[in-house]
Write a protein that binds this ligand. Structure first.
Ligand SMILES: Nc1ncnc2c1ncn2[C@@H]1O[C@H](COP(=O)(O)OP(=O)(O)OP(=O)(O)O)[C@@H](O)[C@H]1O
Ligand SMILES: [Mg+2]
Length: 259
């Protein structure tokens, strides 16, 4: 059974792309068939997985506009069972063009339908906004994984996001659930980091993963080599934390399937 998970938070720079890359890579290295979708016109996921934008013939934009099929766009990454639907800046235009389409929020869901048997997980890396690209991702997904940076405005942004999820469930995708919340860029020397982590756990309880992603320079460095940190430096604390998160997610889902 395929699970489609949107990695989202309207707040910028909280670790959505870093989580998408390293979680997907950890699961792929553990033997799962994984697809990642770069649904952010900034294209950080695409370059972070070593795809050169100049050499790309097609990208998510061509797929949204019906000019290319999924098969023409999908690329294999350096991890053989990790595939990507890459993006380019053109995707900015898709957001505007979608406005005129009657099925504007269902486009990605329809595109993903035929891929569902092939992959165990499909992760969608969302942009830091609530536009039509994010709406398409949320309508196409079974659940939402929310990275939360351990800093002051985290809880405010989170309650806004949860309200949005409830609206999406009410209006567009009643099956959408909260996969979990992952605390990112945690600095154990900062009492603010500890306080935010505690506050988020008090509010969202078991929805917050036990695994916390620490601030770790390897996670920031790896994309410049076009590699996931879990491949570039598997023993770094940041890489180990994403591997632990992948295990936690697999465990949660296995329990769910057995019950
Ligand atoms: N745990 C971490 N430790 C150190 N640096 C990190 C960590 N997580 C992410 N970074 C760095 O912080 C910056 C923001 O991370 P990232 O791009 O993953 O966030 P994002 O939520 O996808 O941003 P955007 O909203 O712009 O899409 C990047 O430079 C990234 O390399
Ligand atoms: Mg990003």
């Amino acid at each position: 059974m395929t699970k489609v998970i949107a990695i989202t938070n309207q707040k910028g720079g909280v670790g959505k792309t870093t989580t998408s890359i390293n979680l997907a890579a950890s699961l792929a290295l553990a033997g799962e068939e994984i697809l990642v979708i770069d649904s952010d016109p900034q294209g950080n996921l695409t370059s972070g997985l070593g795809i050169k934008k100049e050499t790309m013939k097609n990208s998510l934009y061509e797929m949204y506009s019906g000019k290319a099929s999924v098969e023409e766009i999908m690329l294999q990454t350096m991890i053989p069972n990790l595939y990507i639907l890459p993006t380019s800046m053109d995707l900015f235009a898709a957001e505007i063009e979608l406005l005129e389409r009657p099925d504007r929020e269902n486009t990605l869901r329809n595109i993903l339908q035929p891929l569902k048997k092939r992959f165990r997980y499909i992760f969608i890396d969302c942009p830091p906004s609530f536009g039509l690209l994010t709406l398409n991702a949320l309508v196409a997904s079974d659940s939402v994984l929310v990275p939360v940076q351990c800093e002051f405005f985290a809880l405010e942004g989170l309650s806004l996001l949860i309200k949005l999820l409830w609206r999406i469930r009410g209006g567009f995708n009643e099956g959408l659930s909260l996969e979990g919340i992952v605390l990112t860029m945690y600095n154990r020397h900062l009492s603010l980091s500890q306080q935010i982590a505690e506050d988020v756990r008090n509010v969202f309880k078991s929805k917050v993963y036990d695994t916390i992603i620490p601030r770790n320079v390897v996670l920031a460095e790896a994309p410049s080599f076009g590699k996931p940190a879990v491949l570039y430096s598997p023993n770094a604390t940041g890489s180990q934390s994403y591997i632990a998160l992948a295990k936690e997610i697999l465990n949660d889902n296995d329990l769910l399937f057995k019950n």
